[in-house]
Design a protein around this ligand. Structure first.
Ligand code: GP9
Ligand code: MN
Length: 433
């Protein structure tokens, strides 16, 4: 076990990307609000149907002077879907090759994740807001081991009748009904909102539809409805921003918006192709991989200097990036991602099945595509050697993350100033007193 930890540390130290001084500490002391945009994909940004934007508010944030946006950012989830995304964002370690890490290891594993690091290094309080039952994805147990102080699950809101649909409380109601809890949290806080309405099969009650909005007509119900619920999600985020503005929390916060994974599956992508102006009969694996892009935005209302960054990265990279923006070094922690804003950032993005995408190439089951043309490449010896190196890095990184988590090795690792978490301390049934 000791030697495995040594191998992991060797990789992580070599892989470490030092912060970019231009951005280090830009959000120091700010509240952190993570907005988990359920099933929201990057292609929706700036997308118009019949001349009308689907998500005007998110588009506005994306282009805002107060936002660092990324347009080559990929989800990296496996079967654990939402919970894998959460795990990557909280810990910068990967989900498991099969199943959900939250479900399989959430009860007993040692975590050194965002809530605990921020609490111990910078005095942050922490909470999750989610309109589904606490036990879904074993969150109630996992969050305690992550060191979350509060978990405002479905039991904190009125979810009766038409207030909830599908996976829980409708997003607009979640934001509206949670503000009273948010306002009472000790600042600075680190909080996460998990939205649910934009989830397959993308149902929406008539009363929540915007009559002025027209979804596309592809003949595929899921695809068409996805545009409707994405539009609803956009409206709910806009409403939340107006609450933040009213309470004055907006200027005291960095808001991180991200899509957790695809909403439209590969088998439906050919129906989506028409809306994207592509020919469904030319559609291939390369196209499916490109659609795994999801949004990532760091928004600091009231600031300037925003941009759209074309750096290639994935969910594994969010925590190192965020910590550096908050002026907290990640050097002593075991994290597999690298700061997206660092000059040393690793641009090879691993998918959970060992496929990968880099700034130049997409490699799927050993087949290499040129990102520029979308054509399959037949690499010469020199390029093949380079490709092999990238593939080997991807395999090594995933396998080291797996042994770290599957063997619970963090219980043997004691970074300075980070005390282990006592999950017994948290009793979410009592919530805030
Ligand atoms: C459930 C919600 C959906 O609470 O987060 O999870 P998913 O099906 O996307 O993994
Ligand atoms: Mn999800």
């Amino acid at each position: 076990k000791k030697s495995e930890l040594t191998d992991i540390l060797k990789f992580v130290h070599k892989h470490y990307a030092k912060p970019n001084q231009v951005y280090y500490g830009k959000a120091k002391g700010k509240n952190v609000i993570i907005l988990h945009l359920e099933s929201f994909q990057q292609f929706m940004i700036d997308k118009k149907v019949d001349g009308r934007e689907v998500t005007p508010f998110l588009n506005h944030l994306y282009h805002s002077q107060s936002t660092y946006s990324f347009d080559n950012f990929f989800h990296q989830v496996g079967q654990g879907k939402t919970s894998d995304a959460e795990n990557m964002l909280e810990t910068s370690t990967y989900g498991l090759p099969q199943g959900s890490l939250f479900a399989q290891l959430g009860n007993d594993n040692t975590f050194q994740g965002a809530p605990s690091i921020l609490r111990q290094k910078a005095g942050y309080s922490s909470a999750v807001f989610h309109g589904n039952v606490a036990s879904f994805w074993n969150r109630n147990n996992t969050y305690k081991n992550l060191g979350y102080q509060y978990f405002f699950d479905a039991s904190y809101y009125d979810t009766s009748g038409d207030k909830s649909l599908g996976f829980g409380l409708k997003d607009k109601l979640l934001f509206n009904d949670s503000v009273k809890y948010l306002q009472r949290l000790q600042q600075p806080f680190y909080v996460k909102y998990l939205t649910v309405t934009n989830h397959f099969p993308f149902s929406l009650d008539k009363e929540d539809e915007d009559d002025g909005f027209k979804a596309p007509d592809t003949g595929d119900k899921a695809v068409d409805n996805y545009f409707r619920t994405a539009h609803y999600l956009d409206e709910s985020i806009k409403e939340f921003y107006s609450y933040l503005h009213k309470t004055g929390l907006d200027k005291k916060s960095i808001i991180v918006l991200y899509g957790d994974h695809y909403g439209i599956s590969n088998s439906e992508n050919t129906d989506l192709a028409k809306v994207l102006g592509k020919n469904p009969s030319d559609w291939n694996d390369f196209d499916n991989a490109q659609l795994q892009r999801v949004p990532l935005m760091f928004n600091m209302p009231g600031t300037k200097g925003g941009f759209i960054d074309h750096t290639y990265g994935g969910e594994i990279d969010v925590l190192p990036t965020l910590l550096h923006l908050l002026g907290i070094s990640n050097k002593q922690y075991i994290q597999f991602g690298t700061d997206l804003l660092s000059k040393q950032h690793d641009t090879v993005v691993a998918f959970r099945n060992e496929d990968w995408v880099s700034d130049k190439y997409t490699c799927l089951s050993g087949v290499v595509y040129d990102n520029k043309t979308g054509q399959e490449l037949h690499p010469n010896k020199k390029l093949q050697a380079k490709i092999n190196n990238m593939q080997a890095k991807v395999k090594l990184e995933l396998s080291l993350s797996d042994s770290l988590n599957q063997k619970n090795l963090l219980r043997f690792y004691h970074p300075k100033g980070l005390k282990p978490i006592d999950p017994e301390k948290y009793n979410y049934a009592n919530g805030l007193s």
